[in-house]
Design a protein around this ligand. Structure first.
Ligand code: S3P
Length: 434
């Protein structure tokens, strides 16, 4: 276990390039593995989550070369070319890896078992098991939790499915199973979520129709190898966006950040709070909108976060809680009960931590009410959640005294090299053995 100590930071300065997008990196490995031909992935996230997905496909007979860091050459085996993995597949900490793989494995000829770490073993899987079972899949679980045993040889058929919760992971699992299903698969969402699977299926030549809150495809086509250039992960950029906003005198440029509108809800919330964030050089990279973000220090005021923004910033609430704690006035978050079933119960973990740092915060079943104030030093527990750990590191940068953050090793799942990059831009962050 590794702890961190984050102390008062100077202004943040310079250019920051955060690692590649986690969601896109998972999907790039998956679709490239199932394509006919070789695909080159650049900007691949060298995180533990995405490497677990890479290992899963190597286990199923896919050759994946890594000529240099953040680059992969995937020798696709075709839609029906995967081999039985032999032993169970360990998805590590990755909910995306496990849920998407479940959809994809439901259509294979062989049996497979998916396992995960302690955190993933507590995460709800019925949300994928239920629609996939309706498609004809046979999946056994531990009362809705991992490990998952997915029986091979099931004939899948398309379904029309209205998702009860907005979830790109569930939507994607259904679409990936839909590639193996007879007939048409339709998914409708209560609110639009990130559309990376749809966009990438299209890039790999699979006919797919999609729009705001819906997607549709038919089985029986093939994926054709293509190259994928992964943009920088907005969710990783978010820690620097908030830190630069809060530290007076800061001015940083975050380069090549993925700006898919289903990911950038935090920008809307922060601008409503008074942040100074400018987008420059907007362009497309790998079929995705990207931009450089210029962030300058600005004082923040509390807001009521509009509920319709929640899916577009679902991974950014831990860091929004820090922004809210440093803002003048009160911030209210509601309609975000999904935060309780992420890598940790993020409402509880952030509320406990901020409370220890002297902030008045009231937990709600689906959000929190955060009274802005002065952040004190102290010890907080990230509960093994990468995004909570990095958020508390930002809290330490603006706190009156150093903040010790317990259990930070899982930051490597999404942001390898966070400490070095943070320190090179002005943080004072150190790891100590826990
Ligand atoms: C993801 C979707 C989101 C997000 C997760 C990555 C994806 O989960 O929280 O970090 O890559 O599809 P849900 O779709 O379950 O909300």
């Amino acid at each position: 276990m590794s702890d961190w100590i984050s102390a008062a930071a100077g202004p943040l300065r310079g250019e920051v390039v955060v690692p590649g997008d986690k969601s896109i990196s998972h999907r790039a490995i998956m679709l490239a593995a199932l394509a006919d031909g070789c695909s080159r992935i650049t900007g691949f996230l060298e995180g533990e989550d995405t490497r677990a997905t890479e290992r899963a496909f190597a286990q199923m007979g896919v050759r994946i070369d890594a000529p240099r860091s953040s680059e992969r050459i995937v020798h696709g085996v075709g839609l029906h070319g995967l081999q039985a993995p032999g032993v169970s597949i360990d998805c590590g900490n990755a909910g995306t890896g496990m849920r998407l793989l479940t959809g994809l494995l439901a259509g294979q000829a062989f049996d497979a078992t998916l396992t995960g770490d302690e955190s993933l073993s507590r995460r709800p899987m019925r949300r994928v098991i239920e629609p996939l079972t309706r498609m004809g899949a046979n999946i056994e679980s531990n009362a809705g939790l991992p490990p998952l045993q997915i029986r091979g040889g099931c004939a899948l058929h398309g379904i029309s499915y209205a998702l009860p919760v907005a979830s790109a992971q569930v939507k994607s699992a259904i679409l990936l199973a839909g590639m193996y299903a007879q007939g048409e698969t339709w998914v409708r969402e209560p609110h639009p979520t990130r559309d990376y699977t749809e966009r990438m299926l299209d890039a790999f030549g699979w006919p797919v129709q999609f729009g705001e809150g819906w997607a549709r495809l038919c089985g029986g086509h093939k994926l054709v190898a293509t190259d994928i250039d992964v943009p920088a992960d907005f969710s990783s950029a978010a820690f620097f966006i908030v830190a630069a906003t809060l530290l007076s005198g800061s001015e940083i440029v975050l380069c090549d950040v993925g700006m898919n509108p289903r990911r950038t809800g935090l920008l809307v919330a922060l601008r409503a709070m008074g942040a100074d964030i400018r987008e420059s050089n907007p362009r497309a990279r790998g079929g995705e909108p990207v931009a450089d973000l210029v962030v300058r220090h600005a004082p923040l005021r509390g807001i009521d976060v509009p509920e319709e923004l929640v899916p577009d910033m679902i991974d950014e609430f831990p860091i929004l809680f820090i922004a809210a704690a440093a803002a003048q006035g009160t911030t209210r978050v509601s309609g975000a009960a999904e935060l309780r079933v992420k890598e940790s119960d993020r409402i509880a973990v952030m509320a406990r931590g901020l409370c220890k740092l002297g902030i008045r915060i009231e937990e709600m079943p689906d959000g929190a009410v955060i009274a802005g104030g002065e952040i004190a030093g102290g010890e907080v527990d990230s509960a093994g959640d990468h995004r909570c750990a990095m958020s508390f590191a930002v809290a330490g940068a603006i706190a009156r005294a150093p903040v010790r953050i317990v259990d930070c090793a899982n930051v490597a799942t999404s942001f390898p090299g966070f400490i070095q990059l943070a320190n090179s831009s002005g943080f004072d962050l150190a790891a100590t053995p826990g």
